[in-house]
Design a protein around this ligand. Structure first.
Ligand code: GTP
Ligand code: MG
Length: 202
C-alpha cells in the first residue's frame, strides 16, 4: 500500500515578485503574463515523490500587498516549509525579504521549519547578483535557488530541494497529525476531505 505524507508549504515575499506564478508553473506548467494580485490566501495541491516517499504538498500563497492580507497566524501554523521569494530585477524586493523572515519567526509553530530563498525572474535583466541572494540565504541558514516562472527554469528543482530537506529533517514531519495517510482507503478520503477540501493536481 502507498503512503502519502501531507506537507504544508508557504510561499511569501513582496507583491509582484512572482509567488503565484511560481505555484502556477509548478502545479500546471502554465504562465500568465498578467497574473492578478492575490487577495487573502490561495491554496494549491500537488503530489510528488521524493526519495521514494510520496508527498502531498499543500501550497499556501498569500497576498504580498498588506491591504489584501488576512489571517496571518493560521496561514503560518504547522507549516513544514517556506519559500521566500524576491525578484532579481528588483533589489527592493530582496531588502524587504528580512521583514518576511521576521514574520515567519513570529508566527511559525514548527521551530525547525525548512526555508528556501528563491530569486525569481532570471529571464529579465538582473539587478541583484546571485551572490547577494546567496549571502542572504546563508545568513539566515536557508536554502537558495534562482528561477523563472516564465521559462520554468529552477521551478521543479526549488520544490524538490525543499521537500527533500524537510524529509531529511528529523522530527519535522513524522509527528504531523496529517502524516502517513493511506492512499485509497476510507481513512485517507476522510482525512483529505477534512484537511484539504480543494482540487488537487497530480
Ligand atoms: P501578489 O499576489 O500581489 O503578492 O504578487 P505575486 O508575488 O503573487 O506575483 P505574481 O505571480 O502575481 O506575478 C506578478 C507579475 O510578474 C505577473 O505579471 C507575472 O506574469 C510576472 N512574473 C512572475 N514570474 C515571472 C518571471 O519569472 N519572469 C517574468 N518576466 N515575469 C514574471
Ligand atoms: Mg500572488
Amino acid at each position: 500500500m502507498d503512503y502519502v505524507t501531507a506537507l504544508k508549504i508557504l510561499v511569501i515575499g513582496e507583491s509582484g515578485v512572482g509567488k503565484s506564478s511560481i505555484i502556477l508553473a509548478f502545479t500546471t506548467g502554465d504562465y500568465n503574463a498578467s497574473f492578478p494580485a492575490t487577495i487573502g490566501v490561495d491554496y494549491k495541491c500537488k503530489i510528488m515523490e521524493v526519495n521514494g516517499v510520496k508527498v502531498k504538498l499543500g501550497i499556501w500563497d498569500t497576498a504580498g500587498q498588506e491591504r489584501y492580507r488576512t489571517l496571518t497566524s493560521s496561514f503560518y501554523r504547522e507549516a513544514h516549509g517556506a519559500i521566500l521569494v524576491y525578484d532579481v530585477s528588483d533589489p527592493k524586493s530582496l531588502a524587504k525579504l528580512k521583514e518576511w523572515v521576521e514574520e515567519l519567526q513570529v508566527y511559525s509553530t514548527k521551530k525547525n521549519i525548512v526555508c528556501l530563498v528563491v530569486g525569481n525572474k532570471i529571464d529579465k535583466a538582473r539587478q541583484v547578483t546571485r551572490e547577494a541572494g546567496q549571502d542572504f540565504a546563508q545568513k539566515h541558514r536557508m536554502l537558495f535557488i534562482e528561477s523563472s516562472a516564465k521559462t520554468q527554469e529552477g521551478i521543479n528543482l526549488a520544490f524538490e530541494e525543499l521537500v527533500q530537506k524537510i524529509i531529511e529533517t528529523p522530527g519535522l514531519w513524522e509527528s504531523s497529525p496529517s502524516s502517513n495517510i493511506r492512499v485509497g482507503s476510507d481513512e485517507r478520503r476522510q482525512q483529505e476531505s477534512s484537511c484539504y477540501d480543494y482540487t488537487c493536481t497530480i
